[in-house]
Design a protein around this ligand. Structure first.
Ligand code: IMP
Length: 204
């Protein structure tokens, strides 16, 4: 399990380290940007954890965090995130199966499933599981409402970004700069809740 340098600047005294566990470079970039300026040194751990399969993102995030906690390899505190794309016309599919669907048929497969569909409503969900120094797991949720575009657009982002258009936006996530995606996205909303917790006067 490799770790990677900090993106937060030191200010005189050593900062506490907060580790994020992810094998996804796109997510790592978004978290690094969103957590800039926080009084922690963010360190990435290229997480080799089994993605558990469960019925809800809450369970996936919670069980993944508990598995990592039980393995005991990662110094606490740390966090991981589980996300999913829920398409209305597909009754919420791919949802908790998003990673598998992306790996097998990609965003092209989702576009194909929606060919001719007039209801293009969808949402992204994010669950961040924070594991405290004491081994407690706290969950933070974020939702990003939007639609599935009729064709892919944009070069940025990752995953399903080229086909997802946030509510009130004309561009896909893949056409938006990091900071703008954060303002409207599931991850941005979940990170906002995480930040409030990190700054709270409660032991971490
Ligand atoms: P994960 O299980 O949290 O890694 O995410 C499930 C699937 O959704 C993966 O294939 C990701 O690439 C994709 N995904 C997660 N977050 C986003 C996002 O912000 N934009 C586009 N795709 C995403």
């Amino acid at each position: 399990m490799a770790t990677e340098g900090a993106s937060w600047k030191e200010e005189g005294r050593p900062m506490r380290v907060l580790r994020m566990v992810t094998s996804n470079d796109g997510k790592a970039r978004e978290f690094a940007e969103a957590l800039k300026g926080m009084p922690f040194r963010l360190e990435r751990v290229h997480g080799a954890y089994e993605e558990v399969q469960a019925d809800t993102l809450d369970e996936v995030a919670m069980m993944s965090a508990q598995d990592l906690l039980a393995a005991g390899d990662i110094p606490r505190p740390f966090f991981l995130e589980d996300a999913g794309l829920f398409v209305d016309a597909l009754r919420g599919f791919p949802g908790v199966y998003s990673a598998y669907v992306y790996r097998t048929v990609g965003w092209q497969g989702v576009l194909r499933l929606l060919q001719g569909a007039t209801d293009r409503g969808a949402r992204f969900e994010s669950r961040i599981a924070l594991v405290t120094t004491w081994g407690e797991v706290e969950l933070f949720a974020g939702t990003g409402l939007g639609t599935i575009a009729t064709e892919a657009k944009g070069e940025g982002g990752f995953g399903f970004d080229p086909i997802f258009v946030a509510r009130g936006e004309a561009r896909t996530y893949a056409e938006m700069p990091l900071r703008e995606k954060e303002r409207v996205s599931h991850r941005g909303a979940a990170v906002m809740a995480l930040k409030a917790r990190l700054l709270a006067k409660r032991p971490l």
